[in-house]
Design a protein around this ligand. Structure first.
Ligand SMILES: [Fe+2]
Length: 314
């Protein structure tokens, strides 16, 4: 068995994984793929505009303050220095496109999951690296695929909430699955925190939580380097199809009370409806248009220099 990724996996985690929060040790804090030099080189190899640069208000929870920017005319080292000094993050999706070592790393992770958890079969795995400033926040949201967060450098506080109403209303989840609502459009109330699992994540720890579980993240006062891995399994795909079909039935056909079958004819009927709806092109392809209104600038307050807004499609 490959044992190069997880340091304290035990039999119980096979039963917990996907159903409850799993908090495990890993070896990536010592990986040469996440040093300043490696990340600077990755930023320089990624085409400008191919990665997300964001800023947001770090003092309140207000998703409307999140803005999209660009890195332009900076070296990779300068971009990382801006993250260290500023209030921004750089999100590099699919870094294996620019350096095959990251693809090999992603394969290694899922090979080890599969070796350790009999019956676990995943596909469409995806890696994203987040380099983020002291104190920045990832606002309350829910992701569509299975999600794991791996902390490599720095410290962050992660709040994990139950994946049911009122934290995740069923109709809100369906709109996210249908691509009609942005993940961070999910309603958040400060009192939700009383029902959250609150975990301080240190380098060398990872978290995996139940499907679609809402979460939010607050960086400690230090540069953070983390990455997420996403995956699908047959069970996750079936849940997606059921939510997708229920979303269509609720939104377009006016159905109110909808069950969520996990198997049997009800599940397969929904699976068919979701597939047919997509095949018929009735759900528009998810758009990725962004209004960019700042550039990263080491001389600007929090390294955020306002620029005339323009549209960018990623
Ligand atoms: Fe997330």
């Amino acid at each position: 068995m490959t044992q190069s990724v997880l340091t304290d996996f035990s039999n119980r985690h096979t039963e917990l994984f996907g159903r409850h929060t799993v908090n495990l040790g890993h070896t990536f804090a010592a990986s040469p793929l996440f040093t300043d030099d490696a990340l600077a080189s990755l930023i320089e190899r990624a085409p400008a505009g191919s990665y997300h640069v964001n800023t947001m208000d770090v003092t309140t929870h207000d998703p409307r303050t999140r803005r999209e920017g660009i890195v332009d005319g900076l070296s990779g080292a300068e971009a990382i220095e801006a993250v260290r000094r500023g209030h921004i993050w750089i999100l590099i999706q699919d870094p294996g496109r620019y350096d095959p070592q990251y693809s090999a790393m992603l394969r290694g992770i899922y090979d080890e999951f599969e070796a350790r958890m009999p019956g676990f079969k995943s596909y469409k795995q995806k890696l994203s690296i987040l380099i983020s400033s002291p104190k920045v926040q990832v606002y309350y949201h829910a992701d569509v695929p299975g999600q794991t967060l791996w902390q490599v450098r720095g410290h962050k506080r992660v709040y994990l909430y139950p994946n049911t109403a009122p934290f995740l209303p069923q109709d809100a989840l369906e709109r996210i699955v249908l691509g009609e609502a942005h993940e961070i459009s999910l309603k958040y109330e400060p009192w939700f925190d009383e029902y959250a699992e609150v975990i301080d994540l240190a380098p060398g720890r990872m978290l995996h939580w139940p499907l679609n579980g809402p979460h939010r993240i607050v960086n400690a006062d230090c540069l953070n380097v983390s990455f997420t891995t996403e995956h699908w399994t047959n069970d996750l795909r079936n849940a997606y199809a059921v939510n997708y079909a229920n979303g269509i039935m609720r939104g377009r056909l006016g159905a109110k009370s909808l069950s969520r079958p996990e198997s049997g004819p009800g599940m397969w009927a929904r699976f068919g409806l979701a597939a047919a709806w997509k095949a018929a092109g009735m759900q528009k392809a998810r758009k990725h248009h962004f209004k960019v209104d700042f550039k990263v600038d080491l001389d600007a307050p929090w390294c955020v220099r306002p620029i005339p807004p323009f549209d960018l499609t990623r």
